[in-house]
Design a binder for this molecule. Structure first.
Ligand SMILES: *Cc1c(COP(=O)(O)O)cnc(C)c1O
Ligand SMILES: [Zn+2]
Length: 409
């Protein structure tokens, strides 16, 4: 049983029944799932969530799915207090939400869980996606669990590790000679031609909703309190908008007080069209050609950029871009203070956090959550220079000679 009502256009408000579609027929703006919050109010409670499964599905009442869901163990990832990193940056209430420990090593398992569940409900025999790598792995894994056929499309610059990470689940893997934006264009054409559930195209409104659990979990883990500041990496901007929606829903349902969260979005300087718009005071996100090692967020023409920008402004948050050099330093800093190996995207979050704290924008006593959305083994190439081992003969003399002053006495 679900509280899902209709799809509604974010711009003109036109409503459509629950079916596979993502753009308004009148104004071509994105559609969003709406719910019967009145009915939901009586049914949900903190206690009910707490007694649910230890996964994102404890919040099923707030998601657009029926009872039979595809569960590969996604969500309920750790929220750890980052005392060491906090000391380095001068923040006393810093938390890391580590979504790199999801089944396919990124937060994408959340939206894909709702997207593929919906694809099966709609009766699709095949699912598909346009991906920079992480989404491909997640869609392939969920399709395997659902015993559905998967077609996953990635650009030709995708790291070898991400190709293996998708191929292992047995999808039809297609490498497109071009950038992510080219992959996306090709997939939009294919979505009109074949009866496939394209997770981030014709199923996008349902896919989007799974990311609300990024907000629900953090609020529950903080003891039913919304954070003062959120720092989150954006590619298309979609998941950033759903964290905001999730926070708003909890307040509307009376599960938290009013939301005063400042939303900070992060991009890599080599692909920062939303940050550019924020800084220039513009409402319009001008496309760029991406060039960064943070491939998961290397999107030149972000589909939800306009809405992400609006939330960064309305929440009195901000937008921050960091260079590849800075984000690689961010990866090392996080690993060496908190023992968490994040992918390059996570390095961008930490490097941005450092800037925001140094500038006094994020204050030391604000409860701040930095989201790590993907795990480091996916970005090994960018930090491979870190490996500088001492090479010794298998005897004591050699060990002491080679290590010298490195030996703690
Ligand atoms: C996809 C992705 C993002 C960005 O998500 P959007 O919703 O497209 O903005 C951030 N981090 C990682 C690791 C991702 O895979
Ligand atoms: Zn419309």
């Amino acid at each position: 049983m679900s509280y899902t009502r209709v799809l509604r256009c974010r711009k003109c408000g036109q409503e459509y029944p629950i079916k596979p579609m993502n753009l308004c027929e009148l104004c071509l703006s994105p559609l969003e799932v709406t719910y019967d919050y009145q009915a939901m109010r009586g049914a949900v409670s903190r206690e009910k969530f707490a007694s649910g499964p230890i996964s994102m599905w404890r919040y099923k009442d707030l998601l657009p799915v029926e009872d039979d869901v595809i569960d590969i163990g996604t969500g309920y990832t750790p929220l750890t207090k980052a005392t060491n990193l906090g000391k380095e940056l001068g923040l006393e209430q810093l938390y890391i939400k580590n979504d790199g420990v999801n089944p396919t090593y990124s937060f994408k398992d959340r939206p894909v869980s709702t997207g593929v569940t919906k694809a099966r409900e709609f009766g699709f025999k095949a699912v598909a996606c346009a991906s920079t790598g992480n989404l491909a792995a997640s869609v392939a894994a969920h399709a395997a669990k659902a015993r559905m056929k998967a077609y996953v499309f990635v650009p030709s610059n995708t790291e070898p590790g991400k190709l293996v990470g998708a191929a292992i689940y047995g999808p039809t893997l297609v490498v497109v000679k071009g950038s992510y934006d080219d992959v996306n264009r090709l997939c939009s054409t294919l979505a009109q031609r074949y009866k496939w559930g394209f997770i981030n195209i014709n199923l996008r409104p349902y896919y989007a909703e799974g990311s609300k659990t990024l907000a629900y979990e953090v609020v529950e883990q903080l003891g039913w309190r919304a954070p003062d500041c959120v720092v989150y990496p954006v590619g298309s901007g979609l998941s950033f908008t759903r964290i905001w929606k999730g926070l708003g829903e909890l307040a509307m349902l009376g599960l938290t007080g009013p939301v005063n969260t400042h939303m900070y979005l992060v991009q890599a300087a080599g692909a920062s069209p939303i940050v550019n718009a924020f800084q220039s005071g513009s409402q319009h996100v001008n496309p760029v050609i991406p060039n960064t090692v943070a491939t998961s967020i290397a999107m030149g023409n972000p589909a939800d950029g306009y809405y992400a920008l609006k939330i960064a402004r309305e929440s009195e948050g901000g937008a921050c871009a960091v260079t590849d050099e800075e984000l690689i330093a961010g990866m090392k800093l996080l690993a060496q203070t908190e023992g968490i190996f994040a992918e390059a995207t996570g390095g961008a979050v930490i490097a941005s956090l450092k800037k925001l704290a140094a500038a006094g924008t994020i204050k030391k006593d604000q409860v701040t959550v930095a989201y790590i959305t993907g795990a480091g083994p996916r970005s090994q190439e960018v930090v491979s220079d870190i490996v500088k081992p001492f090479v010794v003969e298998p005897n004591l003399e050699s060990f002491e000679k080679v290590l010298g002053n490195e030996i703690t006495k």
